[in-house]
Design a protein around this ligand. Sequence first.
Ligand SMILES: [Mg+2]
Length: 281
Amino acid sequence: MENGHNFQEVSNPKYDCLLFDIDDTLYPLNSGMSAHTARNIEEYMLQKLGMEAEKVPELCNSLYKTYGTTMAGLRAIGYDFDYDDFHSSVHGRLPYSLLKPDPVLKGILQSLPCRKLGFTNADTGHAIRVLKRLGLEDCFERIISFDTLNSSDDIRPPDDKNGEEIFDFCEYTRRPDSGMVLPKTPVICKPFDNAFEKAFKLADIDPQRTLFFDDSIRNLMTAKRLGLHTVAVGTSVRSTGVDHALESIHNIREAFPELWEADEKNEIVNYKVAIETTVKA
Ligand SMILES: [Mg+2]
């Protein structure tokens, strides 16, 4: 009877996969990386897209809120630019030296007996540079990034935009009842359902058995609606859509001891089986 009980717990742990956002989740917000990213995006809008300086900060922020990322919004309203050029201008110039190796987090991740994946709106190159700086490059099965979600097959040339005017997003936000139709973006990114659904399919993730860690409440809200168990990182506040809140990613062990218990019980069962086999032999 006791063995039967053990077997049930070992074979059916609540979670078999951990899905992690990267920026401001695997390292703290006060690293300064976020502020540098925002500054680089604004510079790109100003210098490469030739936008008016006084409009840039507000537009950058409203496009981010509406389309998930500013880049997704810029493409939606009609700007034509190369994704790789955007990423190298925005992420390629970041001061990665702000990030320091995190051996404590590395120890936690390496000891976790379940799948671990990264899930970011940034490009793969940025994700790898961040993980290398943190010393976590060997801790994840795979990273689902902008490049994964927006494969070259999905990136269509802006052929239907040629000759069209840029959609006046400022006018749209000023006069929401004007009847202007908000254009769609070709970019797939969090916090939208299609990004999560694509990630589940590509990485064979069962949301019901997955813990999702992110610092963004809107990402967590979508995740919760789609069946993931959600963990807000960098806060102690459990708002709507948040199952758990961790002030620091370092608190995983205290918050979820059961993630390790499954493995410990497995070891005990294996040990028992080994002893019984030896005795019978
Ligand atoms: Mg983040």
